[in-house]
Design a binder for this molecule. Sequence first.
Ligand SMILES: [Zn+2]
Length: 56
Amino acid sequence: MTKCPYCGHDGADKVLKSWRFRFYDVRRMECEKCGKKFNHYKGTSGGKISEFFIKM
Ligand SMILES: [Zn+2]
């Protein structure tokens, strides 16, 4: 489950698109509740997981 960075809804799992950016897996997602879009970055670097959102 991915949490929407806009409204906090804990079920934003609609993936519109996914790709690789350097060592990140990027997913463009759309919140089913508020309908807003964001990019979810998840990467592993040096054994630790980093994860962040970019609002569109
Ligand atoms: Zn939302």
